[in-house]
Design a binder for this molecule. Structure first.
Ligand code: BTN
Length: 242
């Protein structure tokens, strides 16, 4: 496994994607940076890090036969890898908030940005970006739900050890994905899903609040919510928040 270590870069995802577009990149090439000047999050958001305190990296991998319609299983693999590595640190009430935020209680510790390359109906490769707030001390007031492993457990953690632990799990899950063990992935993910089967207040894209409970993730990767009238509705990432 090749690990490229950088002090500062705009975004490890952008860097790795550029590299992939120019040269042949080995599977499991990793780019890790102490800081990013233009870190990217889901839905075009910004991902801001405190220099040297957080784990900020991207991984390139290829798939031999992964249908676009099964993209959610790739997302499950990445979330589960990060979840399990953090679980080893004994973080309390750890869960995966759909689609792939990692929470301790209701505090976000990390996020994942998956950028796939498609060929017809297949995902041929992807650049997976992972950001984990490990030793960060302070957070912007605009992010009231963000926290770090250090803030929760009261001590610092070694970034390299955590990186190795996540990479090992990503490799294992890659094998499971290649073997198409999709029901195993579905079961493992749903078991750790934040607010599953818990009555929850949601907000839709028109800012309308409604009650419901998460019952699963649809084939296309949308969140399935059972409403109070017992009908089931699906929501995409831009269509619901909670
Ligand atoms: C999210 O919005 O929750 C996803 C955040 C993903 C951040 C990581 S940090 C490493 C990689 N490089 C980026 O620019 N983004 C991802």
């Amino acid at each position: 496994m090749k690990i490229i270590k950088l002090n500062a870069i705009d975004s490890t995802n952008t860097f790795l994607k550029n590299m992939v577009s120019k040269v042949v990149v080995d599977d499991f090439t990793v780019v890790v940076a102490k800081t990013q000047t233009k870190g990217r999050g889901q839905m075009n958001s910004e991902w801001v890090v405190e220099e040297g305190k957080n784990l900020t990296f991207s991984v390139f991998s290829r798939f031999s036969d992964l249908d676009v319609e099964n993209h959610k299983y790739l997302s499950f693999c990445i979330s589960l890898s990060v979840y399990e590595a953090l679980k080893e640190l004994d973080l309390p009430s750890l869960s995966i908030k759909w689609p792939n935020d990692i929470l301790s209680g209701n505090k976000k510790l990390g996020g994942i940005l998956i950028e796939n390359t498609l060929k017809g109906s297949k995902i041929v490769s992807s650049v997976v970006g992972i950001g984990i707030n490990v030793n960060q001390d302070s957070f912007s007031k605009n992010l009231p739900n963000a926290s770090s492993v250090k803030k929760i457990l009261g001590k610092e953690f070694n970034l390299e050890t955590l990186l190795e632990s996540i990479l090992m799990r990503l490799k294992n899950y890659h094998t499971i994905l290649e073997r198409k063990e999709y029901s195993l992935l579905e079961e493992a993910y749903l078991k750790r899903l934040y607010k599953k089967n818990v009555p929850t207040m949601f907000k839709n894209s028109q800012n309308i609040l409604f009650m419901g409970k998460i019952i699963g993730v649809s084939k296309s990767g949308n969140l399935q919510i059972e409403l109070e009238n017992e009908t089931i509705q699906e929501f995409g990432l831009k269509e619901v928040s909670f």
